[in-house]
Design a binder for this molecule. Sequence first.
Ligand SMILES: [Zn+2]
Length: 517
Amino acid sequence: MELHGRVVPLAANDPQRHFRGRVRLGEDGAIDSVLRNRTPSSNGLRVVDVGDAFIYPGLIDLHSHIGFASLPLWDEPARDHPFLHHNTWPSAPSYRPFISWPAYALIKGAPEALLAYAQVRALAGGTTSIQGWPPANRRPANQLVRNIDDENFGNASDNSIRTSALTLSVSDLKQRARHIESGGGFIYHCAEGQGGSLAAREFAEAARAGCLRSRLIAIHCNAVGDADFRQWQEHATLAGDASPGSVVWSPFSNLWLYGETTDVAAARKHHVSVCLGTDWAPSGTKNLLGELKIANLWIREAGLDISHFDLVEMVTSSPGDVLGACWPHAAGRLEAGRLADITVVARRHPDPWKNLVMARESDVLLVIVGGHARYGTRDLMRACGESRTTSVGIGADRRHALLRKPDDAEQVWTWSSVLGELDEVRADPDAAIDRGHRVARAALEASLMNGAAPPPGLVLELDMPGAPEMFAGPPPPGVEYEVPEPSSLVHDRAWLGSLRERGFHNGVLDRVADYYV
Ligand SMILES: [Zn+2]
């Protein structure tokens, strides 16, 4: 297949260059070639012309918790001052009834539907890879978006990234340092909280354990500052790394919970690469198009010297480069041999960098992962050879997604059935949890029998925060709580309106509405 349009390759040797041209996708899921002209190929390749639209590398969301993707924004109603660090909000009175219990019911009662919903939500923002999948006993029936925590390219031994959403001991961190030393990657929730709070100790311990290396992907780090990023650079240099690693910036979530965010200027000054992550739905944006706008807003608010181009790098080549250093395949740029993950976005601005920062869900025309179209307009999906899709309402628009029934991969799984399964959980959460527990028991028995058992049902676990019995566990018997309706897939008026007078962002996040007028 060959895509024709305005190609924005972010090529390593000349990242700002863009041109009218074509991207040829290989049969192997990698990019075959990127060419400057639009002369039709003569060798019978399928040609998909996206007209004036921009063809970007697929967007990479380096931090989320997709098991919570259907929940609305959360705040603790009675609280009047920001949280100090990541261990202070899970004990807020409304945390369990509004987050853990509904999330538990959904993840146990409708695991396949929940992951389908979360992936379509990510695709609606042009995302091709996302971090923060719930631990699972097997892969979901529908794997539309790459699972950064568990991507193995079909070879179990190639899963070279370790992830931890929880704080690790120094001895565990030393093990992760050895993993990094041997060529693997380590994604670590680190030093999430206000500057100078107790959470900064997590960074010091990661440093002590030898984790400050080029393949460390540290999430948040908003409790640390210039001296710490300098230490990271020094450690990596001493260890012989060509560059320090990456920090994942989630400005919405940081501002919402803590009223301050990562010192990205300091990180950049010390050559720590900055990547964007949406973080989870209770304190995050819906997808990277939203997070780009928050980042842009914060850059202006804080007077930082970060351009639209820099922001585009934070969701494409920067995460792509660090993942490529861990994976057997490079990502994040449109170059021969790299993963054929592509996002096509309508052209509203002549400048491709501003165009992506300003883009809305309605501008996402086509999303390709591993050379296969997963989501897009009906016409473009058909042009890619995908006519058996389900229609999804994306705000006022319609898009088509490639979903298959979990129990019959030949059949299209309609979006209304996906939502219907989530509705069933809402109607009777206790029954949904019971159902999930039965599936888990059957899956466990099947794995113990180790015979020709049918494939076990999908069993997911919540990934955060705290120990399961503390926060993420089942609701106590007889307790009253409500599972909310899945929130909208787009940054709509209701969501924008819900930012006012909530969270601890001091009104900064209110202004994101200006991007949507
Ligand atoms: Zn997180």
